[in-house]
Design a protein around this ligand. Sequence first.
Ligand code: F6R
Length: 606
Amino acid sequence: MCGIFAYTGKKSAEEVLLDGLESLEYRGYDSAGIYIPEAGVIKTPGAVSELREKIPANFKGHSGIAHLRWATHGEPNEKNAHPHSGCTDDIWIVHNGIIENFKELKEKLEKAGHTFKTDTDTEVLAHLIEYHLQKERDFEKSVLAALNEVRGTYGIAVQYKEKPEMLIAARMGSPLVLGIGEDERFIASDASPILPHTKKVVFLEDGEVAIITPMEHKILKLDATQVKRAPEEIEWNAEKAQKNGYEHFMLKEIMEAQEVIKNTLRGRLIADKGMAKLGGLESVAKKLEDIERIIIVACGTAYYAALVGEYMLEEYAGIPVEVELGSEFRYRSPVLNQRTALIGISQSGETLDTLEAIREGKRRGALTLGIVNTVGSTIARETDAGVYNHAGPEIGVASTKAFISQLTALALFTIFFGRQRHMSKETGREIADALLELPEKIRSILERNERIKELAEKYANYRDFLFIGRKYNYPISFEGALKLKEVSYVHAEGCGAGEMKHGPIAMIDENFPTIAIATQDSVYEKMKSNIEEIKARKGPIIAVVNDGDTEIPKLVDDVMFVPKTLEMLSPILNVIPLQLFAYYFARKKGLNVDRPRNLAKSVTVE
Ligand code: F6R
């Protein structure tokens, strides 16, 4: 949510900054802006391509700050785009986060004669630094003084016109990485824009301020005491995400499902022994034997994956599991102890709600584990142990391949925890074999995508959809609905099929289609009855059914076929037609599938 990139060194700052912003575009695309002390400031609504077009040939320099915005305070127009300055245009700042006490600070500054140009909380910080600079006459001290007055979250990079080679960066709750090159330094919201230049980085911690020039940097705490921290070498490469001929990242990422499962499983299954080998959990394996309860925290799509994980872990590992939204967990008083494992699931590894829930769990004594896709992200670093998804970068804002990988990783956790307890070798083997068969089954679903496209186009004029499922596929009803609403902006609701008669069925008529996930499992007969109930109310029905099913296809208007697998793994197959349906539905409407309005890929505000 909002991306920051800053540079000081010998290269052409405008080129370095624009290229870097492009790799941060997943964090926000409401507006973009760049400040180079020698050249000035340029801002625009829209994304980096729009910013590039506005940059004149003479806009050059050797340092600068740049920003991509996901709007929190104030409309996403040019005026509210970052960087922001104070009254004199000497201090410029880019910011990711929210200044919670901006109203009271603004009042104080207005009384001191400052006038504000924008509706943003960030501008207050620029004025506050300027206010202290007028008194202190020292850039470093002024930034520290200002930060000691603000409440809220921030990742910032600040420049002072009089000291163009210097950058000051600070972190509180929003991630920030310092890159250390040969006579050059970088600051970014994540390591991706830094990696093409250097692999030597320092991950700033909350409450730290970095004072940076091309040749050196120092890290201070907010009380100005110095912090010593050796840089780390990042092992991974900058994977430049490409669409590989697909029209959109979303379709490309759905089509990667086979590879994603193989990569999530690689080296982690000992199929003949019915075991899962999770290197990332080895350091805590002994403690995990004594765990009596699991809490999984996550948001959005990752939360729905967690709900499937609850069914898997309770049925096969026999451990009580609760699933919590990250945004709710920390605001109540959860009762945890050392025998509780708290698992955070996050594609980005930066979702603030999930991160704060993990921190709360840690404070309350739980052992924290992560299932994270983005290597080196804050959640990956702050949890006690965990596994990476290895799904590769997910660029489409709607999460698809990460969900498939999260479900696969949860199946591995289930074998791991189950075999530590009462799960037999045979059961472990059965799950392992079924997991290994998934890629081939996925291939057969993806090969039939033209049929799903036809269906999506047939239903593209409906404005409301109900998704129903039971047991393992109950969470898939929510995920199917989320995919459709976020990329198509139509009303879609997930609902437990059994719960439908307690209210939602009132909505059903011939203009309100239902998508029923009704594969042949232990709740198949119950799903059939629910489908009949909808039919009796004249609701159109599309059903996800197993290959070879001859009963449900006779009851419903349209079907999407998928192969059969073990019931606990069926969500992994059943969600794929729903992802494709959402994709083709939005495409038919001519919408920007990869960048749905109002959303951002990484949600680092509460
Ligand atoms: C939906 C979607 C979001 C994310 C949620 C959590 O398609 O992408 O609901 O799943 O914001 O994000 P991560 O997994 O990065 O923590």
